[in-house]
Unconditional design. Structure first.
Length: 123
């Protein structure tokens, strides 16, 4: 069960890189007739998808801590403030340069979360 929780947490944060990229390109993708999830289901859905995957990462961390009965796994919760900030800001971003900054910060969240989760599992 712990493997499923860890893999879906990291996979969800990885997916957020694609979500941001698709949100940034939604207008040009419509013109080019690309049928991305953001084009098909809209900006609002993509924002909630992003928020869901961030929330899932932290909920799954708590699930792993409970399953493993190990508090070191919770080390990845140190990245929660960054995840919360990004989740709040995703709806406010509108220009390409802002999306690029959000994309970089999302990658940073993925790296920091994954690193601290790995350290917590090893300890």
């Amino acid at each position: 069960m712990e493997v499923l929780l860890a893999s879906t947490a990291i996979g969800g944060l990885s997916t957020n890189l694609l979500v941001i990229n698709n949100l940034r390109d939604i207008d040009t993708d419509k013109v080019a007739n690309k049928r991305t999830l953001a084009v098909r289901l809209g900006r609002g859905f993509s924002i909630w998808e992003y928020r869901f995957f961030v929330a899932w990462a932290f909920v799954s961390t708590l699930g792993m801590a409970f399953e493993m009965q190990d508090s070191w796994v919770q080390l990845s919760l140190l990245t929660f403030p960054l995840g919360l900030m990004l989740s709040l800001n995703v709806a406010k971003v509108s220009s390409g340069t802002e999306f690029n900054g959000l994309l970089a910060k999302t990658a940073l969240l993925l790296i920091l979360f994954s690193g601290t989760l790995c350290i917590g599992i090893v300890l």
